[in-house]
Design a protein around this ligand. Structure first.
Ligand SMILES: Nc1ncnc2c1ncn2[C@@H]1O[C@H](COP(=O)(O)OP(=O)(O)OP(=O)(O)O)[C@@H](O)[C@H]1O
Ligand SMILES: [Mg+2]
Length: 328
C-alpha cells in the first residue's frame, strides 16, 4: 500500500512548545501513518525530546494541536493518552522483579492474574528475555534492561510508542543488535513508533521516514533514501552520511565519498591532489586526498587500491554531485 493511502495515526499541527528561556520547538507539523516508524534525528539540543514529551503529555504546548486517530489529545494527562514512552535510561523500577515491572500496568487495568501471566510470558519471548521473570533489573545488562523497558511499554498496547534514544547507553555492537530486533518487532506488531536518536546511521537503518531537525525546526522530512540522495540543504547533506564540500565558482559542490573516483597523476583542469591517508576498512577503503587546504574523502573497493600509495599525485572524477548556494 502506498504510504499516502494509509491512515494517519498521529497528527501534530502548527505546534509550538517554548520554554520560559525562549528555547523550544516552533511550527511543528507532522503526520505519522499507522504502522510507520518515524525518527526524529538531530544534534543535541535541537528539540527531539521536547517533541516526544509533548506527544506523551509530559509537557504542555503553547500553540497548535496533537491528535491520535483524529481525536485531540493535547489536554489529556500522560496516563490518559494512548501512548507509552521509553526513556534513555533508568526505565525500570529497581526494587521490583522483572515480572512485577511488566505486570504493573496490566494490574492497574484490572486484567485477570492468569491473563497477565500469559501476556508477560509471550512478551518476554518476543524480546528474547524468556525466563527472566524472577530477576531484578540490577541483575540484567543495560541492553537486557532496555529490552524489558520496551516490553513493558508494548504490554500497554499503546497506539503510539515513543522511544527516546533507548539504545544510546549501549555499546555499538549491542546497539546494532537491538535496532534490528526493534525493527523486527515493530513490523511484526505493526505498531506506530516515533523514535528519537542523534545517530544518523541508526536513523537510516530503522526508519520508514526521518525528520532531520536543526535548532527547534524541521529541516527535511523524507525516507532514508530521499534524504541521503537528495538532501534539501547543506545542513542535511553534512548531517547524514559522509559528504565532501568544495567551494567552486561561488557555489558549494557536494559529493559523497562513494562518488569520488581516484585516477593516477595530475591532470590539467581537473581536481588534483595528493593522497594523504589510506585506511582499509574491510571490504572498502577510505582514501583521503589533500587538495590545497581541503581534504577530500573517497570510498573505493579494495580491488581498486592496487596502484595507489600515500604521497602519490592523483586527480579526481566525480559521479553524482549536488549543488548548494555559497554561505555568507
Ligand atoms: N525544562 C526545560 N527548560 C528550559 N529549556 C529546556 C528544558 N528542556 C530542554 N530545554 C532546552 O530546549 C532545547 C531542546 O531540548 P531537548 O531536550 O528537546 O533537545 P534534544 O534534541 O532532545 O537533545 P539531546 O540529543 O541532547 O537529548 C535545548 O536548547 C534545551 O536546552
Ligand atoms: Mg533528548
Amino acid at each position: 500500500m502506498a504510504i499516502s493511502e494509509r491512515k494517519i495515526k498521529l497528527q501534530i499541527s502548527d505546534m509550538d512548545k517554548i520554554y520560559d528561556n525562549g528555547d523550544g520547538v516552533r511550527n511543528i507539523n507532522l503526520d505519522v501513518y499507522t504502522g510507520e516508524l518515524v525518527t526524529m534525528l538531530g544534534p543535541s539540543g535541537c528539540g527531539k525530546t521536547t517533541i516526544l514529551r509533548t506527544i506523551g503529555g509530559f509537557l504542555s504546548i503553547e500553540k497548535g494541536d496533537i491528535a491520535i486517530d483524529g481525536k485531540s489529545i493535547s489536554s489529556l494527562p500522560p496516563e490518559r493518552r494512548p501512548t507509552a514512552m521509553v526513556f534513555q535510561s533508568y526505565n525500570l523500577w529497581p526494587h521490583m522483579s522483572i515480572y512485577e515491572n511488566l505486570a504493573f500496568g496490566l494490574k492497574l487495568r484490572k486484567i485477570p492474574k492468569d491473563e497477565i501471566a500469559r501476556r508477560v510470558e509471550a512478551m518476554l519471548e518476543l524480546v528474547k528475555m524468556s525466563g527472566s521473570q524472577k530477576k531484578y533489573p540490577g541483575q540484567l545488562s543495560g541492553g537486557q534492561q532496555q529490552r524489558i523497558a520496551i516490553a513493558r511499554s508494548l504490554l500497554l498496547q499503546p497506539e503510539v510508542l515513543l522511544l527516546d534514544e533507548p539504545f544510546s547507553a549501549l555499546d555499538a555492537k549491542i546497539r546494532m543488535q537491538m535496532r534490528e530486533e526493534l525493527k523486527k518487532i515493530q513490523s511484526e506488531l505493526g505498531i506506530t513508533v516515533v523514535f528519537v536518536t542523534h545517530d544518523q546511521e541508526e536513523a537510516m537503518a530503522i526508519s520508514h521516514r526521518i525528520v532531520v531537525m536543526n535548532k527547534g525546526k524541521f529541516e527535511q522530512v523524507g525516507t532514508p533514501t530521499e534524504i541521503y540522495d537528495n538532501p534539501a540543504s547543506k545542513y542535511v547533506a553534512s548531517f547524514i552520511g559522509e559528504m565532501n564540500f568544495m567551494n567552486m565558482d561561488n557555489k558549494i559542490i557536494a559529493v559523497r565519498p562513494e562518488e569520488v573516483k581516484i585516477r593516477r597523476g595530475f591532470k590539467e583542469g581537473a581536481v588534483n591532489g595528493t593522497i594523504r591517508t589510506i585506511m582499509i576498512l574491510g571490504h572498502y577503503v577510505d582514501v583521503n586526498i589533500q587538495r590545497g587546504d581541503d581534504v577530500l574523502k573517497s570510498f573505493i573497493p579494495r580491488t581498486e587500491l592496487s596502484d595507489l600509495e600515500v604521497g602519490g599525485n592523483v586527480h579526481l572524477e566525480f559521479g553524482k554531485t549536488l549543488e548548494f548556494p555559497a554561505e555568507g
